[in-house]
Design a protein around this ligand. Structure first.
Ligand SMILES: Cc1ncc(COP(=O)(O)O)c(C=O)c1O
Length: 380
């Protein structure tokens, strides 16, 4: 099969190094479960999963049974936790995959119990407590019902209680996030007074894990940080102010393509669809075989830069479905076949996912997860 025209190089050493940094933060007794959902935040599910397991992860968090199935299909036998939706009709598949599930309704629990018993297995479930995100969490009475039901069902083992922060990376004011942590701890205490035996507790995403040792509890689910990106500027600033920024995170992904065409364009010519760019002087442009189909956001038209021969070349005109044009007038000797860095570092220049996100009006999470799965991931 022909090689793709655009690819991502993913550094295994960076992934393992980032995980080691989080291990250093949480210590040996806290379960470190990196989040590999969404194609490992765009880094390649199987590749990242293997690097994290080799780096000492205790479990891998995915979004759904399909992702869990991909891990098993790649021969990865690690404990897997499904964080997202599991429809009851997938219960048998989940049991076969040996995955742990975040359960939030009775129907799923009953279906998992039945499937578990049929297979002679016990299914581990986590129950999510509502603390203010209003996504999957259960309020106290509902949570208690589910916890009690889990105790009655032989095919089910309550593996833990969890919650997820709504507003920890978007702000430097962590009053709300603190309240969520307090509500979670209070909820666990209430369930214990009603008879719940000791159970694994998990609240920490990257920001909480970096900022608050008291949020490490028994397991953290670290996503963005494991890929070497900070959750946000606000998290970085808070970490700096509280002296919790001694964390050597290294971005693991470099997105590349090659120059497909070099062309001289006279002054006064338009470039690309909609004629949104017009040359004011004779220019040399390159055509690059990457576009919004690949996840190169159309919103960065006329704004983004790419790196060629270690220098910045600005994107000219609209991003097309499969191509972009960039200005190399001031970069000597650019030739067809030259490697181009769309995101990452080349010599002294860098374009981070954060920079790209600013151009695209979004966040680094969206930028890397949006790199299409058809863009080849290569471990370096
Ligand atoms: C339930 C849950 N836990 C943990 C994470 C990881 O968050 P982060 O990437 O900010 O570390 C996510 C990511 O969206 C999530 O949905």
């Amino acid at each position: 099969m022909a090689q793709r025209l655009t690819w991502c190089e993913v550094s295994k050493a960076a992934l393992m190094g980032n995980l080691a940094e989080f291990r250093r933060l949480v210590g040996p007794d806290c379960r470190l479960s990196p989040v590999v959902k969404a194609n490992a935040y765009g880094h390649g599910l199987e590749l990242a999963a293997r690097a994290f397991m080799e780096g000492g992860a205790d479990a891998l968090c995915v979004n759904d049974a399909w992702e869990a199935g991909r891990l098993r299909g790649a021969g990865i036998a690690a404990p897997v936790i499904i964080l997202g939706n599991v429809p009851p009709e997938q219960a048998e598949e989940v049991v076969e995959l040996g995955a742990e599930v975040v359960a939030y309704d009775r129907d799923l629990l009953v279906a998992l119990d039945r499937a578990g018993k049929a297979a002679g297995k016990t299914v581990k479930v986590m129950v999510k407590l509502e603390t203010g995100t209003n996504r999957q969490g259960l309020r106290m009475e509902e949570a208690w019902k589910l916890v009690s039901l889990a105790a009655e069902l032989d095919g089910i083992q309550l593996a833990g209680l969890s919650t997820h922060f709504a507003d920890i990376e978007d702000t430097t004011d962590h009053t709300f996030a603190r309240e969520q942590l307090d509500r979670f701890n209070a909820g666990v205490d209430i369930l214990k007074t009603r008879g719940l035996k000791s159970v694994m507790r998990s609240v920490g995403n990257s920001a909480a894990t970096i900022l608050w040792p008291e949020a490490h509890l028994d397991m953290v689910r670290v996503g963005i940080g494991a890929y070497g990106m900070w959750p946000s500027t606000e998290t970085f600033v808070t970490a700096a102010l509280t002296h919790r920024n001694q964390l050597a995170l290294q971005p693991a992904l470099t997105w590349k393509t090659r120059v497909a065409q070099v062309k001289e364009v006279p002054a006064g010519e338009y470039v690309s669809y909609g004629r949104t760019f017009r040359t004011t002087h004779p220019a040399r442009l390159v055509v690059l075989p990457v576009g919004y189909y690949d996840g190169y956001d159309r919103g960065v038209s006329n704004m983004a830069w790419v790196l060629i021969r270690g220098r910045r070349a600005q994107v000219r005109g609209r991003v097309c479905m499969n191509m972009i044009m960039a200005d190399v007038t001031d970069i000597p000797d650019v030739t067809v076949g030259d490697e181009v860095v769309l995101m990452g570092t080349d010599g002294d220049e860098s374009i981070g996912a954060e920079q790209f996100a600013t151009w695209a009006g979004t966040i680094n999470y969206e930028v890397t997860t949006r790199i299409a799965e058809s863009v080849q991931r290569i471990e370096v």
